[in-house]
Ligand binder design. Sequence first.
Ligand SMILES: Nc1ncnc2c1ncn2[C@@H]1O[C@H](COP(=O)(O)OP(=O)(O)OP(=O)(O)O)[C@@H](O)[C@H]1O
Ligand SMILES: [Mg+2]
Length: 249
Amino acid sequence: MTAPLLEVQHLTKRFGGLTAVSDVTFDVQPGEILGILGPNGAGKTTLFNLLTGFIRPDSGRVAFAGHDLTRCSPTQVVNLGVARTFQLCRPFVGMSVLENALVPCYSPRGAGTRENPHARALQMLEHVGLTQQRDLPAELLSYGDQRRLEIARALATDPKILLLDEPFAGLGSSEIEPLSALIQTLHQKRGLTIVIIEHKLRAFMRLVQRIVALDFGEMIAIGDAQAIVRDPKVIDAYIGKSEAAIATA
Ligand SMILES: Nc1ncnc2c1ncn2[C@@H]1O[C@H](COP(=O)(O)OP(=O)(O)OP(=O)(O)O)[C@@H](O)[C@H]1O
Ligand SMILES: [Mg+2]
């Protein structure tokens, strides 16, 4: 087994009396797509916030490619090669799609690629299929295209790992399919390691190789994706029998 790219050890975060993430330990292997599953409030987004320096853990440790991320700021985390998208899209309002994609091209990692930032931003829009929309105000994009812009902005920082928080939320099946194909392409052609939180099980199961299942902040299961969605603990906590049948179909 190769050395893990991301190591999460005994991570715990409390908000007052609520333990949102409780003693969570797992690894992400280079080149894999790892899924994070769990009901609303299970601690999935809090976990991403801990991994990316948006909040500090009460205890535990996060290491990425030999660096200790535990006390890093979000900017330091991005500069080490960890990029994320957010559950709610927030493009820079009043700026065009291209201008939105340009901002991260000036980050140290984005600029470090030595490409002209403008050319790089255009290239990122091309990767995600937004070339035609480049001059539109970003807030006028459809929800699916705002998701694509989020991914373009994340890619512009030249990440080694991409954390996606519910990329299919709010999308219909006609938008989920092509976005899922884009995520596959990023994984296969760019060799990106990906961690994805998603409730849309059918699309999720086509992407992920392993799953970490959370419930009330605790890790209730980890392992091969097909085995996890058949795990009685996971079915009871989250999936339900009929959904499990869809996920394993
Ligand atoms: N900043 C905060 N202050 C207080 N409580 C918080 C904070 N952030 C999250 N929580 C609580 O922590 C728990 C986990 O929330 P989190 O957003 O991580 O869940 P989630 O698994 O992402 O859920 P969803 O599927 O609905 O997005 C919830 O009970 C939430 O209310
Ligand atoms: Mg969430």
